[in-house]
Design a binder for this molecule. Sequence first.
Ligand code: 5AD
Ligand code: SF4
Length: 467
Amino acid sequence: MTDQTATFTAAAKAGADIANTRKVFIKTYGCQMNVYDSVRMGDALASDGYVTTDSMEEADLVLLNTCHIREKAADKVYSALGRLRDMKKERAANGREMMIGVAGCVAQAEGEEILRRAPAVDVVIGPQTYHRLPQALKRARAGERVIETDYAVEDKFEHLPKVDKAATRLRGVTAFLTVQEGCDKFCTFCVVPYTRGSEVSRPLAQIVDEASRLVEGGVREITLLGQNVNAWHGAGPKGEAWGLGDLLYRLAEIPGLARLRYTTSHPRDMDDRLIEAHRDLRALMPYLHLPVQAGSDRILKAMNRRHTAADYLRLIERIRTARPDIALSGDFIVGFPGETDADFEDTLRLVETVGYAQAYSFKYSTRPGTPGADLGAQVEEHVKGERLERLQALLLKQQQDFAESCVGKIIDLLLEKPGRMPDQLIGRSPWLQSVNLDAKASQIGDIVSVRIIAAGPNSLFAERTER
Ligand code: 5AD
Ligand code: SF4
């Protein structure tokens, strides 16, 4: 999870009179769903006459799309708001307006508290209500301090403008598409069920329509998003019960859509149909983010994960049988309350057994309102630090081993964006690695056959081969 400054300069730039239009700068924190939401907020604002800018200086509206998953993430928001308050004051002294909005999960979780702690904020808007952003800004301009954090009864997707093909073309050849939101699993460490609400799946027709629009706008690879994406369920064309596996088979039929991915999954929702999709669909990339969080059954139980380490390992085996070249990725938490050295050793053992191509790991962070916050036996900070260091060293070694194992392989590469050098492009391997290749900008969007010739610390290097 990394901060990503949203540079969705696309939305309404085309044809807009830049000088007379309001400009919005959107800063995105946290997960990929926030990245998707930032794009869609940009779309909602475009219909209200805003263009997106990647310069905070020239923005009339600065919107922070925030993350509440760990304490550090939430703290960042308040320090950013401190800096924005000073900027707003300075602007006011020069007679120029500047509005500040807080969106995303901190907005949802802290609502009023934000208005209290940060008097410069004009609008607080939650992840389920951002289609109301234009109205909220109008109210704020009339002098109100607006807070919109109820779980809206209407479906925000129905109220957002449809994905615009021209804007999509400017955004690139890969895209996110939210298909499911919220979570009913209630892992005891996690705020998601409280910030994003309970599980909701978007209907099939809406998803197929959005995916088709993205593809018509030049997108070659779509990553389906959900906090618990494999809990997606819906009605098929004849009203039959469909799961994520069925959805993937359907989306794989869209002409021109070359690659599909999905994230994030819960081990309990990996059903047979989904595993079959990994076996059958060429478009479904051999990469799976399947968080396990910990390797000790005692801790898994305390986390309310509702599976054991052995269940997870058996599942991995089934997935690997269906798709032998699949690369696995995961999330881990160290220092959950009550975690002993022996529990932590179980996590290391599980990592050794699975062999991850990539992973994220975190120190447990107490989140107010979650059951974990009320547990005794909190693990000391320095113990968490030591465990995290050991775990990350092991995961990094696995990641490097995986990258090295790719050297010499011939793979399909989706050329995505310009590289650091002229006439160099960066592409994505099927396993989500960045790969550098000498190629012309006109080839962006092509899928080419390459041989991996070297592995660097963060990316691979490749040369062209004949297909
Ligand atoms: N502390 C630390 N890590 C957390 N995650 C979720 N909640 C917490 C928390 N309270 C991690 C989990 C999850 C990922 C998105 O963030 O590993 O899978
Ligand atoms: Fe959080 Fe668990 Fe739901 Fe994932 S499955 S969003 S970790 S409660």
